[in-house]
Design a protein around this ligand. Structure first.
Ligand code: PLP
Length: 351
């Protein structure tokens, strides 16, 4: 099949660009003591995760949900669910996962629930390093929960995690660096508190695509949870990271109502706009001006020859939620479709 045969809207992956992104990240983490734990939530696609693991420098995979972990467990034996797991049914599903499984906890109640399944699940104390999402405060509060975890039967304390998500998009490199180092130093200092108290703390986990080479070089951080780097969206592209856009949304021009614009069949049910409108690939001067449910309105440069039936590609502005809208990636090499990769963990079918 070539691209012309793909029903639209569809998600394309440029296999060569993706492989270069994977290799760049693996090379970075081949040096130093910190390793990569790629975040599966960015693509939810076993075919991509297998390639990330095969490239080396990885400790395992990060997942956001239990259904992601259930799918990843088929090919990865060390999974971190970097999220709080609440509810007896969900804790039981975690307990049933094969291999080494670790979850984040930030409350005594969460600890009690995961311990109740008595499966020796690993736990990381989730620390709020400034994002203001989940997590206990660094220092004494984290130490108190860690002590409780260490003395709770049914779980195994393994360390700490802290995601500096609020710092990932900072455009100024020096500012991002300064703030990420401060956040990770809080995390590392808390890890030291745990060890000084005689508690186990083998894992110090954090980081993302915007801070991989900052947080990943802070002494004491043992692994980085970056995900988006493998596909790259236009939001991250602003940061001049060493990764290239590797995925796009393919649409068909369905209307050409005026000289200056066209309309394609890839609206925000095919490419999200929470991080802004997508960009147009391969047509200099073209830009998306409006994204409705099923329509992308695209301003075209003067004299554009774009016509009804043409294919058009958009670079998404936000990787994870865009991928989550699709069932498969069409894997493209040299203009040919070389595979159709199921986005096996998409959606909330089984949560
Ligand atoms: C807990 C956690 N870790 C790491 C990441 C990093 O992901 P990315 O590299 O896509 O920014 C995220 C993204 O939201 C996250 O929620």
């Amino acid at each position: 099949m070539n691209i012309a045969g793909i029903p639209t809207p569809a998600l394309l992956i440029d296999v060569a660009a993706m492989e270069r992104n994977i290799a760049t990240m693996a090379r970075f983490f081949a040096e130093g003591s910190c390793r990569l734990r790629p975040h599966f939530k960015a693509h939810k696609t076993p075919e991509i995760a297998r390639r990330q693991l095969a490239a080396g420098s990885c400790t395992g995979l990060t997942c956001a949900t239990i259904s992601e972990a259930e799918i990843a467990a088929a090919f990865c034996n060390d999974i971190l669910i970097a999220n709080e797991v609440i509810g007896a049914d969900k804790c039981a599903r975690v307990a049933a996962l094969p291999g080494t499984v670790t979850v984040a906890v930030d409350s005594e109640e969460g600890l009690r629930q995961i311990a109740a399944v008595a499966a020796g699940v690993g736990v990381l104390i989730d620390i709020n390093v400034g994002q203001g999402r989940c997590g206990v405060a660094p220092g004494a509060e984290a130490l108190a929960l860690a002590r409780r975890a260490a003395s709770t039967e049914g779980v195994r304390l393994r360390g700490v995690m802290g995601y500096e998500g609020h710092l990932q998009p900072i455009p100024d490199r020096a500012e991002r660096e300064r703030k990420a180092c401060a956040a990770m130093n809080d995390l590392v200092a808390t890890a030291r508190l745990l060890r000084d108290a005689g508690l186990p703390c083998e894992i110090v986990s954090g980081g993302g695509t915007g801070t991989f080479d900052i947080s990943g070089r802070v002494p004491g951080v043992t692994e980085i949870q970056a995900g988006s780097y493998v596909l790259m969206d236009t939001d991250y592209a602003r940061l001049n990271l060493p990764f290239e856009p590797a995925f796009s949304v393919l649409g068909t021009v369905v209307s050409r109502p005026g000289a200056g614009y066209c309309v394609a069949d890839c609206g925000h049910k095919a490419t999200t706009k929470d991080h802004g409108l997508p960009s147009v690939k391969g047509i200099p001067g073209a830009s998306v001006t409006m994204l409705n449910d099923e329509h992308a309105v695209i301003a075209l440069p003067p004299g554009s020859a774009v016509k009804i039936g043409d294919r058009i590609e958009l670079w998404p502005s936000h990787t994870d939620p865009t991928v989550n809208l699709h069932d498969v990636f069409y894997a493209v090499e040299n203009g040919q479709v070389v595979g159709v990769w199921p986005i096996a963990a998409r959606g909330y079918k089984n949560r």
